[in-house]
Write a protein that binds this ligand. Structure first.
Ligand SMILES: Nc1ncnc2c1ncn2[C@@H]1O[C@H](COP(=O)(O)OP(=O)(O)OP(=O)(O)O)[C@@H](O)[C@H]1O
Length: 260
């Protein structure tokens, strides 16, 4: 019997008759670190939403821990794509993290001390505990992303799913987020949609290339070690275009290197 925590079998999905994913099958093992990569509009976010049970497959099946996603409740922690405008109102970092515990409030819809401690513990895990009373809008993109990860961690999920957590964050901020994910990966399965091939190749254990269909690739520990070493240098940039060319696929490099 398969030990996969996520099992996708012959999945297809259409929006209003427009086929976006076709016959996708993949398995994710416990404590895997899977990156979902591929071109714009290829179906990455759609695949993530299907895994979370936000969308229902047109054909095929998805199981998380042997059950359909919508029956799994808090085992998934979701970090949505961060857009500056959805945090541009006057609430504190702690308020944002407490949103991850909305369903646990008492009968008066208040957070008791136990929940506040839980939220503070989550902030500590992402090294943002000293920012608890700051307004979320005052933080940098990287700091905000850490807060959103803390919010997802509150419910102690087994799987953390993140949609483009490093979009619009500078290089050092990106590396710090992936280092945090690597640390969380000691306990949790990580599934992340990312465009950043340097980070994916340095930290993920598998990458699934999604362009209507899906092809899984292993990223061996030696490759990860080498690329992570290059990323320690601020200028370090592993060119994904080169990697995909070796595999016979075309991907555009977003940085200014010889492939751009
Ligand atoms: N709610 C929706 N209704 C109709 N079509 C949609 C919807 N969401 C996405 N699509 C379409 O489905 C396709 C796949 O979109 P999806 O967001 O999954 O791609 P993606 O790989 O995540 O893209 P990106 O890298 O640009 O975020 C695209 O053609 C998109 O326009």
């Amino acid at each position: 019997m398969s030990s996969a925590v996520v099992k996708v079998s012959n999945l297809s999905f259409s929006y209003d008759g427009q086929l976006v994913l076709e016959d996708v099958s993949l398995e994710v093992e416990k404590r895997d670190f899977l990156a979902i990569i591929g071109p714009n509009g290829g179906g990455k976010s759609t695949l993530l939403k299907l895994m979370m049970g936000i969308l229902i497959p047109s054909e095929g099946e998805i199981y998380l821990f042997g059950k359909p996603p919508h029956e799994n409740g808090t085992i998934i922690g979701y970090v949505p794509q961060e857009t500056a405008h959805n945090l541009d109102f006057p609430i504190t970092v702690l308020d944002v993290v407490l949103m991850g515990l909305l369903h646990k409030r008492n009968r008066l819809r208040r957070y008791d001390d136990r929940l506040i401690k839980k939220a503070m513990d989550s902030l500590e895990r992402v090294k943002m505990e000293n920012f608890a009373t700051r307004r979320i809008a005052e933080l940098s993109g990287g700091q905000r992303q850490r807060v959103l990860i803390a919010r997802a961690l509150c419910s102690e999920p087994d799987i953390l799913m993140l949609d483009e957590p490093t979009a619009s964050i500078d290089f050092i901020g990106q590396r710090e987020i992936f280092e945090l994910l690597e640390e969380l990966n000691r306990e949790k399965t990580i599934i992340v949609v990312s465009h950043d091939m340097s980070m994916v190749m340095g930290y993920a254990k598998h990458a699934v290339y999604v362009h209507k269909t899906a092809v899984m690739h292993n990223i061996d520990s030696h490759t990860r070690y080498q690329i992570k070493h290059q990323l320690q240098d601020h200028e370090g940039h592993y060119c994904g275009a080169e990697f995909w060319a070796d595999l016979g696929r075309k991907i555009e490099c977003t940085k200014e290197c010889k492939h751009a």
